[in-house]
Design a protein around this ligand. Structure first.
Ligand code: NCD
Ligand code: ZN
Length: 339
């Protein structure tokens, strides 16, 4: 039995670091585990300009400390200017742009109401090779929440790809067999990120013994067959799937509320959670590709120098971390980062 694993330093290809005090509280957890991270731009005042992204990056570097590189993203709106997007990409301020369908999730009110409104931006991005990160859910209230990802593929993503066949697209935090199959069946310019929680929980877990607000995120966890399909994709060894935690901290009060916020805070033990899943599926030998190699390859970035070692050892997730409730709080995980 393998008891230690050493991999290239990993990256997180989808994280919410927030701003202000919350940024200072959570950034060190991501920096402890990951060399780089794709930072989501859905602040209360979304990051839509090169100047705002550059300033936000400085605040992240100050909060995260040395040795961590934030990779910034641009929040797309109905009014996104292709020239601004291209300028920020060419000067290295951001590496990707994010499509939030308007009102799909936390802080997405300024998102895109019709994907045709960003066609000029997508044309520019396809031409310069800039990645489009996609929150893949329709917002039509007539569509059952558990079907919103699958319907997004058919209504939005497939037509978009037909119009932009070369655009690099990351289908983020996939939760369904439909999404995994779509990515597998697409060309090499379509990839997906997978969260630790979607490898571990299904929709019944949200209601196990009572309503579990800390397991509520968007896209919401789906039925067991979907979890297994997503898990098979993650551990398959395919270069199309890579690590993206979607760590999305909210205060305890905001989660434990009559109308609780969507988002799971998993940054403190993300690698440990992922590795336990790969271990259970006898896929330890595929973990490095998922965590450290496939993402850089897709983004056209170098792999990180240096390594990280994890060892088989019991680690208990505290009930509270930095005043927040972390994913798997109170549970004991089977792998720990070796210092
Ligand atoms: C995210 C957040 O809180 O910013 N919430 C979530 O449930 N994942 C937004 C998002 O990625 O959907
Ligand atoms: Zn997210």
């Amino acid at each position: 039995m393998t008891d230690t694993i050493t991999i290239r330093r990993p990256d997180d290809w989808h994280v919410h670091l927030r701003d202000g005090e919350l940024l200072e509280a959570v950034a060190p957890f991501t920096a402890r585990q990951f060399a780089r991270a794709i930072v989501m731009p859905n602040l209360k005042s979304p990051i839509t300009t090169v100047a705002a992204a550059a300033e936000y990056r400085q605040r992240i570097v100050a909060a995260a400390g040395d040795g961590f590189t934030p990779l910034m993203t641009c929040y797309l709106t109905d009014f996104s200017e292709p020239s601004e997007i291209e300028r920020g990409y060419r000067d290295g301020t951001w590496v990707a742009a994010k499509l939030y369908p308007a009102n799909a999730t936390t802080n997405s009110a300024f998102g895109v109401t019709d994907v045709r409104n960003i066609y000029p931006a997508l044309e520019a991005m396809q031409r310069i090779g800039m990645v489009l990160c996609v929150h893949g859910e329709v917002t039509d209230p007539g569509i059952d929440i558990f079907d919103r990802e699958a319907v997004f593929i058919e209504r939005v993503l497939a037509p978009l790809l037909a119009d932009f066949p070369e655009l690099k697209i990351v289908f983020e935090h996939i939760t369904t067999a439909d999404a995994a199959d779509f990515v597998i069946g697409s060309a090499a310019n379509v990839a997906a990120t997978i969260t630790p929680h979607h490898l571990i929980i299904n929709r019944s877990d949200l209601f196990a013994g009572g309503l579990r607000p800390h397991l509520y995120c968007l896209p919401v966890a789906k039925r067991e067959a979907h979890r297994l399909a997503v898990r098979a994709a993650a551990t398959s060894g395919s270069a199309k799937f890579f690590l993206g935690t979607d760590s999305a901290p909210h205060s305890r009060e905001a989660k434990e509320s009559a109308c609780g916020c969507a988002g799971i805070f998993n940054a403190p033990f993300a690698l440990e959670s992922y590795l336990a899943a790969f271990d259970q599926d006898d896929a330890l030998d595929r973990f490095e590709a998922f965590a450290s190699l496939n993402g850089p390859a897709f983004y056209g970035l170098a792999v990180n120098p240096g390594t990280i070692t994890l060892k088989r050892s019991a680690v208990r997730v505290p009930q509270e971390v930095a005043g927040l409730v972390s994913f798997q709080a109170g549970e004991t995980l089977g792998w720990a980062i070796a210092d």
